[in-house]
Design a protein around this ligand. Structure first.
Ligand code: B12
Length: 507
């Protein structure tokens, strides 16, 4: 079958994400004997209709698959929803091709029934795509009903029917990104060659979707040699400036990540690495040393809070001591570390917020050290169906039985005085250039220009490490808060009002 796979993610900034998932699926479908092409709309011109039409006319696909990665930008102050643009892409596709349409990807997996209703594809694939999509193609090609294939959803007698996905192993072959998409624009804007060392997450954070709808809670590990072979092959073929591990948590289980780092060190070449989602647990001098020797110069770390109460309430699975020992070890290195704090979960109050801010002020300021930190404070916790937080949000009136899960829904602790919280965060940002607040995300619109300058100056990646320097300049010139909305507490309240909440925060 001729299969065209379309990446609908058009979020272009210095965090631009090459469509790894679709490349995995493309590889699996090709290995099963199909003729496959990938159309990446990420850097396509605004009027993507022509690009789609051209691809359809030249390839004449018999089936089209569209990936839905992001629903929204998970930012309560500066909220952007991507579904309207994805809907336009689907309409455009329908207009120029009368073929079977399949939708997959993390966004589709998070809320399959709602995405089915909104985009009306013929089928939806939930969680891992490689096996389900190939089985779906096989069924369609041979005239069998796809009903009952694990991970495949469809309308049956007017009702949405989904067969539970089976997340048993990680059998996919290395996806070879450069075989399917043009990596150059991603490289240019500062993004990395992304890869996975495992699937599944065994943490139980109350707000998170990784351990269920997306990857399941059973770890499915790739062999360290296979992972490093993939890096070696990509390095030789495409020479990316850096690689990014996109596992939910790179250093869990720690033995597996140690084996990968040691395997990288054993190889004769040098490459640069970063990872999102480092767990503070076991992030000690020895592990950081291994990371450095392997070529890591930066990583993201996601404690979400430095308050003992909130670490417990979020069920983060590590202790406050783990964060303190991690930061002390990191502060003796020259890494760039981007810390994420999620303000407003169950039990958050202005005192617990101050504990996280104090952590940033005390431990994450440069103070002449070679280490560079960014301390990113988000306000509001995104609520997804199926999480423990959904149940809490339901009890407290943030979501209801008739709430549409495809809306951008939030939880905010009723113990938080929002005006005071905004004051507290602004005060920290006014003295500490490391502190980066939700509204600062707006500066990402300058990513293209900034990336050109960084490239010209041959500055090391990832480019987010310069957030601190930019904030320092902003503070000394008085333009630091130029992009700050006037009434942040009001924006937060409006967002809650929109989702139908009427309680202590919105009287
Ligand atoms: C790593 C990661 C990042 C990294 C990406 C680094 C990089 N270079 O790629 C960083 C930190 C930069 C990042 C940023 C963002 N991220 Co992010 N990120 C992830 C994470 C943890 C893994 C994504 C990944 O690469 N997975 C590996 C691939 C192989 O899996 P996959 O894409 O899901 O593909 C599989 C299936 O979905 C399916 N499939 C995929 N496409 C298709 C298509 C078809 C046709 C079929 C049949 C199947 C199929 O098959 C694939 C293989 O099995 C996910 C959570 C998670 N655990 O999935 C969040 C996640 C995708 N991110 C999310 C978000 C919101 C964002 C940001 C918008 C946040 C922000 N405000 O900046 C940005 C957007 C960046 C961008 N340009 O798109 C959300 C999206 C949900 C939502 N609410 O919209 C997620 C799900 C996390 C969450 N909150 O639950 N992210």
């Amino acid at each position: 079958m001729r299969v065209l796979l379309i990446n609908s993610n058009r979020k272009v900034d210095l965090l631009a994400a090459p469509p790894l998932g679709i490349c995995y699926v493309a590889g699996a479908a090709e290995a099963a004997g199909h003729d496959v092409k990938v159309l990446d709309l990420c850097f396509a011109p605004g009027n993507f209709g022509k690009t789609i039409k051209k691809a359809v006319e030249s390839f004449r696909p018999q089936l089209i698959g569209i990936s839905v990665r992001n629903i929204d930008n998970v930012n309560m102050i500066h909220s952007v929803c991507y579904l309207p643009e994805i809907t336009r892409i689907v309409h455009q596709v329908r207009r120029c091709a009368d073929v079977t349409l399949v939708v997959g990807g993390s966004g589709a997996s998070l809320m399959p029934a709602q995405v089915m209703r909104l985009l009306s594809p013929d089928y939806i694939v939930v969680a891992d795509g490689e096996v389900s999509f190939v089985r779906l193609l096989d069924a369609l090609e041979n005239g069998r009903s796809p009903q009952g294939i694990p991970g495949v959803g469809m309308m049956v007698d007017g009702r949405f029917h989904l067969t539970k996905p089976e997340l048993t192993d990680f059998a996919a072959a290395a996806p070879d990104l450069g075989r399917w998409i043009d990596l150059k624009p991603y490289q240019k804007i500062g993004s990395s060659y992304n890869l996975q060392t495992k699937r599944g997450c065994r943490q139980h954070c109350i707000y998170c979707t990784y351990n269920q709808a997306l990857e399941g809670n059973k770890l499915r590990l790739r062999s360290p040699v296979d992972v490093v072979d993939e890096i070696e092959e990509a390095l030789l073929k495409y020479g990316p400036k850096s690689f990014e591990f996109v596992d939910s948590v790179f250093n869990d289980p720690v033995d597996h990540s140690v084996a990968i780092l040691e395997e990288i060190i054993r190889r004769p070449w040098k490459a640069e690495f970063t990872a999102m989602g480092m767990n503070p647990k076991q992030l000690d001098k020895q592990f950081l040393g291994l990371m450095w020797r392997a070529g890591f110069r930066a990583f993201m770390i996601t404690p979400e809070s430095a308050s003992p109460t909130m670490i417990r309430n979020y069920r983060k699975g590590f202790s406050p001591d783990d964060i303190f020992s991690a930061v002390e070890a990191i502060n003796r290195t020259a890494f760039a570390a981007w810390w994420f704090f999620m303000i407003g979960g169950p039990g958050e109050n202005n005192r617990t917020l101050q504990e996280s801010l104090d952590f940033a002020l005390k431990y994450l300021q440069k103070n002449g050290r070679p280490v560079t930190h960014v301390a990113h404070f988000f306000t509001g916790v995104r609520v997804y169906p199926g999480t423990a937080l959904w149940d809490i949000a339901f009890k407290e009136g943030f979501v209801r039985d008739d709430t549409d899960a495809s809306d951008t829904l939030w939880y905010l602790s009723e113990d938080l005085d929002l005006e005071e919280a905004v004051e507290q965060m602004s005060a920290a940002a006014a003295t500490c250039p490391e502190v980066y607040l939700g509204f600062d995300e707006r500066v990402l619109m300058f990513s293209k220009a900034a990336a050109m300058v960084f490239k010209l100056l041959k500055l090391p990646r990832p480019y987010w490490r310069y957030f601190r320097a930019a904030n320092s300049v902003g503070l000394s010139t008085g333009i630091r808060f130029m992009f700050r909305p006037r009434d942040i507490a009001g924006l937060l309240k409006n967002s809650l009002r929109r989702q139908g909440y009427a309680g202590r925060l919105v009287p």
